[in-house]
Design a protein around this ligand. Structure first.
Ligand SMILES: [Zn+2]
Length: 93
C-alpha cells in the first residue's frame, strides 16, 4: 500500500493490524494499543517472529500463507493464521 504512513494505516486498520514488517528491510512497526493490552506473551512473541520472517524473506503474507497452508489458507485480510502457526510451533504459553 502506498500513499499513507504506517501510523495512518494502523489507525485505519484498528485491531486488525498488530504489527507490520518491512519486506527485505529491518523495521518492525507495532500497534501499541494491541500489544499494551495483550497479556499473551507467546502471541506477542509470535507476532514479532512473523514480522521478522517478513523482513528476512521479503515474501508477502499471502505467499507465506500459501507456503504454510496451501491456497485454502490464503486470506490477505487476515494473516493471523501465520502468527498462530508460529505460536503453536515455536512458543509455549
Ligand atoms: Zn506478515
Amino acid at each position: 500500500m502506498t500513499g499513507i504512513t504506517v501510523a495512518q494505516f494502523m489507525a485505519a486498520a484498528g485491531s486488525r493490524a498488530m504489527a507490520m514488517g518491512d519486506l527485505n528491510g529491518n523495521r518492525v512497526f507495532i500497534n501499541p494499543a494491541m500489544f499494551l493490552n495483550n497479556p499473551d506473551v507467546a502471541w506477542n512473541s509470535a507476532t514479532f517472529l512473523h514480522e521478522l520472517i517478513d523482513n528476512v524473506t521479503g515474501k508477502l503474507d499471502t505467499t507465506l500463507q500459501g507456503n504454510l497452508f496451501g491456497l485454502g489458507g490464503v486470506n490477505p485480510f487476515n494473516t493471523a493464521n501465520i502468527t498462530q502457526k508460529i505460536k503453536d510451533d515455536c512458543f509455549k504459553n
